[in-house]
Design a binder for this molecule. Structure first.
Ligand code: CDP
Ligand code: MG
Length: 745
């Protein structure tokens, strides 16, 4: 019977997973960045969590960036790049006019913050200027890129401009992929410590980077923030080392202060003024208010494209529908034909051919009305927007350490984000921004800046990383905005439970192995267990699928149809995922491709770097379940009622979603482990696997003994608390004795 349950997993080319959540298409995390190592996607950072692949978006961004510049000159982008040489193109960029001043400031200062609009030439030009100015004679010029695809594309562009082969003078190094050589002087890449360092001290040696550009620092990605703390130490110890931090206007002063009031260099921008209009009273229903505003603009203002910011797919679909309805009414009532309006939704779970529409000219010269998530805030640029309608809300992911759970919630955006949104109306001409909130809300209720990722996320990877860099006391580490202490301790506790840290908080040999994988700690553990249990092949697929956003597409108007399609995967079935096959089965082809790519990268990594043989267990799913269990026993839950479970350790209620493949088999399993708990209507478990209770006792002895599994919730909590206190105490003692020894010596 248990086997039957297990087989009821969702299988895509042999993947055994149960995905479920009523809103999984929104919530399925963009874990992509995690597996790809430290290079996180911007969308992860803005926590919109609706991000699928990266390539498409980056292309759009580059394209849009480029064409906007060209439009200002009244030329089409393709014409410009066709007719002008690369040198001419370089000289046209805003940064070119301040080249000398910039180099002067860099010569005179160890740390400089550079501020400039997207597309002004910070990344591609500054790296070359530094080289031209002789900085490369002392060591490499490194430029960190938070996004993987961006690293490759800017490296390619710079190598073209410098007329050399990619990987020769100019290269990139990202997780699993090092396209640099002995001649490399400009290196784009993920955060440096993963590619070239094993301890903080290594950066002190002159052999590595002489200049580091920390690019896109305003994004405040988790790893940017960690790097800030590390490079601050390097700057203090290595006088010859230079650091340049690039940023949008947002945060520039803060960065300067962090390094001790260093100069902020501003590249003059080319933007137009935006008139900002506030709502007089707070709006009850911002979807409704936005729809009314669109109609009023469309009827009475000069024609121009409109961009509306909403929080997620649901609202976007709802808004589009309401606007379409109002347009129909208008047509019916008007004596002469109303001007057409092309209504375009955009959120990253939207298939890319539909996404691409926002960049195309609307049919019959109609105005465009783009309804977007905060994806359109910085990640992509739509040209020709004259009107912005800002609801003032966005979705942000928050980690709750007590529940060990991420919750995606709607929050008011920050003032900085609202200003960024308004700025979108002034890219190609003077524009107007309608804020659907009051001026007093803007002044008094909104936070000045967004909460950085490091303060609202699980820190498992950060702890592992810093430990591996020999940072002893994480609570004392110089974070620009320190994460809540509770989050650090909780992440340390989780790592201890997984066996990555010992009782005194030092990295164990298992922990050391886990650092080698660019994965969340449980996933790294699962791979290592897979090796022990001889099912690496199977586990690899599961890990890859868990590392990309959900591959299931579920448009609202075809919900039933897509659910039925998804049910087909509840039984084993092998398939090739061609585009049309994916469409028929409501699968995101992009997500599946990404998973395959991740899998092959991981495979290369484990075979080459880890020398781990590719073992397989055939169809012995028990072994696979056990490997999963070994990584997730802290997320074990016991059956309580129909679809109702409680977390074995914390007593937290957690639910099996009705759309889960394990639901309604007439036989829901007594014990399960889950990948994540996501709070929507209820606390729903995502990616659930049936497990045997004795495995929990065997694999997580610190939590469970067989009879223990029925002890009271209070007792479990007490036990957990005692364990954490003991660990903290021991760590404190070690620290004290180490300090003592250091003092003596
Ligand atoms: O870093 P920043 O956003 O300031 O600009 P950049 O990435 O250095 O790009 C400057 C210009 O180079 C862009 O506006 C594009 O015209 C061009 N570029 C490109 O054609 N292809 C790339 N992969 C990157 C930049
Ligand atoms: Mg850049």
């Amino acid at each position: 019977v248990v086997f039957g349950i297990v087989v009821a997993f969702l299988i895509t080319f042999g993947v055994l997973l149960g995905y479920h959540s009523q809103r999984f298409w929104e919530l399925a995390g963009s874990k992509l960045g995690d597996i790809l190592g430290v290079e996180k996607s911007a969308e992860q950072i803005d926590a919109d969590k609706e991000h699928v692949g990266e390539e498409g978006e980056v292309d759009f961004k580059e394209h849009a960036k480029f064409s906007s510049h060209m439009k200002q000159k009244g030329e089409a982008a393709s014409e410009f790049s066709k007719t002008k040489s690369l040198t001419e193109q370089r000289q046209y960029l805003p940064i070119f006019s301040v080249r000398e001043e910039l180099l002067q400031v860099v010569r005179e200062n160890q740390v400089v913050v550079v501020v400039g609009e997207t597309g002004s030439g910070k990344t591609t030009q500054m790296t070359q200027y530094l080289h031209e100015d002789g900085h490369s004679t002392y060591g490499m010029i490194g430029c960190t890129q938070p996004r993987r695809v961006a690293a490759m594309s800017v490296a390619k562009r710079v190598s073209e401009e410098m007329e050399c082969e990619l990987g020769d003078k100019v290269g990139y190094a990202i997780r699993f992929e090092d396209v640099t050589g002995p001649n490399t002087i400009i290196k784009m890449g993920g955060v440096l410590f993963h590619t070239s360092l094993s301890t903080v001290d290594e950066l002190k040696s002159p052999a590595v980077e002489h200049v580091v550009i920390m690019d896109e620092a305003h994004e405040r990605s988790l790893n940017t923030d960690v790097l800030f703390g590390i490079l601050k130490q390097v700057v203090a110890r290595r006088r010859d080392f230079k650091l340049i931090v690039t940023s949008a206007t947002l945060n520039a002063q803060k960065f300067s202060n962090f390094f001790g009031s260093v100069p902020v260099f501003r590249i003059p921008g080319r933007t137009f003024p935006v008139n900002i209009l506030y709502s007089k009273t707070p709006s009850e229903d911002y979807v409704d208010a936005a729809v009314k505003q669109v109609m009023s603009i469309h009827i009475s203002c000069p024609p121009g494209d409109i961009l509306i910011f909403m929080t997620g797919q649901d609202e976007i679909e709802c808004t589009c529908f309401a606007i379409a309805e109002r347009m129909e009414q208008l047509e019916a009532n008007a004596r002469k034909a109303a001007a057409p309006l092309s209504i375009l939704p955009i959120y990253s779970q939207l298939p890319s051919d539909l996404q691409a529409k926002i960049f195309q000219k609307a049919e019959g010269g109609a105005c465009k009305c783009v309804v977007a998530t905060n994806m359109a805030e910085t990640s992509l640029t739509v040209d020709g927007i004259l009107y912005v309608i800002d609801t003032g809300y966005g979705k942000i992911k928050f980690y709750n350490p007590r529940m060990g759970m991420d919750a995606l919630q709607v929050f008011p955006v920050s003032r900085a984000a609202a200003d960024q949104r308004a700025g979108r109306a002034g890219r190609t001409g003077p524009g107007t921004c309608y804020r659907l909130f009051t001026e007093s809300a803007y002044q008094n209720e909104m936070l000045p800046n967004p909460v950085p990722e490091i303060q609202r996320t699980n820190l498992g990877n950060v702890v592992l990383l810093l430990k591996s860099l020999n940072v002893e006391n994480l609570l004392d580490f110089d974070f620009m905005d320190p994460p809540p202490q509770e989050n650090i301790l909780n992440s340390m506790y989780q790592l201890w439970v997984l066996g990555a840290l010992d009782n005194v908080g030092r990295l164990t040999s298992l922990g050391r192995k886990m650092v080698e994988f660019p994965l969340d700690p449980p996933l790294a553990k699962m791979l290592l267990s897979g090796d022990e249990l001889h099912c690496v092949n199977e586990v690899l697929t599961i890990v890859s699928m868990l590392s990309v956003p959900s591959v299931f597409f579920r448009p609202k108007d075809r919900a039933e149809e897509s659910d039925a399609a998804r049910e087909k995967f509840f039984v084993p079935e092998k398939n090739q995922y061609r585009g049309d096959w994916c469409n028929d089965h409501f699968l995101h082809v992009k997500g599946l491709r990404k998973a395959r790519e991740v899998r092959s990268q991981l495979l290369r990594h484990i075979l080459k770097m880890q020398k781990m043989p590719l073992s397989t267990c055939g169809s012995d799913w028990d072994v696979v379940r056990k490997a999963i269990c070994s990584a997730y026993f802290h997320n074990a839950a016991r059956l309580k009622g129909v679809g109702e479970y409680v977390n074995c350790r914390t007593g937290m209620p957690c639910h099996l979603h009705p759309s889960s493949s394990l639901y309604g088999l007439g036989h829901t399993p007594d014990y399960v482990v889950y990948h994540e708990l996501v709070l929507t209507a209820k606390e729903y478990m995502q990616c659930v696997t049936a497990v045997e209770p004795q495995w929990l006792a065997e694999l997580g002895p610190m939590f469970f003994s067989v009879k223990d599994s029925h002890t009271s919730r209070l007792e479990q909590r007490r036990k957990q608390k005692v364990e954490m206190t003991v660990m903290e105490k021991e760590m404190e003692e070690v620290r004290r004795s180490q300090a003592e020894t250091a003092r003596k010596s």
